[in-house]
Design a protein. Structure first.
Length: 117
């Protein structure tokens, strides 16, 4: 195959099709909810918070105290007890948490139902 000069290569038009890639970093979609919960860090450091969206793997919470990324917390959800989670991101008084154990389907569905009412 003959080699093209730089000038000839610049004059070649190549057509291609493309479509935008939709990237979703979440493992599963989150459901919008409004759940009162308790947030605990180490020891007796407990405060109220609100869960604003929920997935089987994690939650977004609104708090009255700032959280730090990568800190481990205990989130007490209604009817679910304490759930260990790691703060994946925190911005002022909002944070995204990844649960250490995935919520069972029946518990997730019950929380979404209660939080959507």
């Amino acid at each position: 195959m003959p080699r093209l000069s730089v000038m000839e290569a610049r004059q070649i038009n190549i057509s291609a099709e493309f479509e935008p890639a939709v990237m979703n970093r979440r493992r599963s979609p989150r459901a919008p909810v409004s759940l009162d919960a308790k947030l605990g860090r180490s020891g007796l450091d407990r405060t109220l918070c609100r869960v604003t969206d929920l997935s089987p793997e994690g939650a977004r919470i609104s708090t009255y105290s700032a959280l730090k990324k990568d800190s481990v917390i205990w989130l007490t959800l209604p009817g679910a007890g304490q759930i260990a989670a790691t703060v994946r991101w925190a911005d002022d008084f909002q944070a995204g948490c990844l649960f250490h154990r995935t919520l069972p389907d029946h518990l997730y569905e019950a929380l979404v139902e209660v939080g959507s009412a």
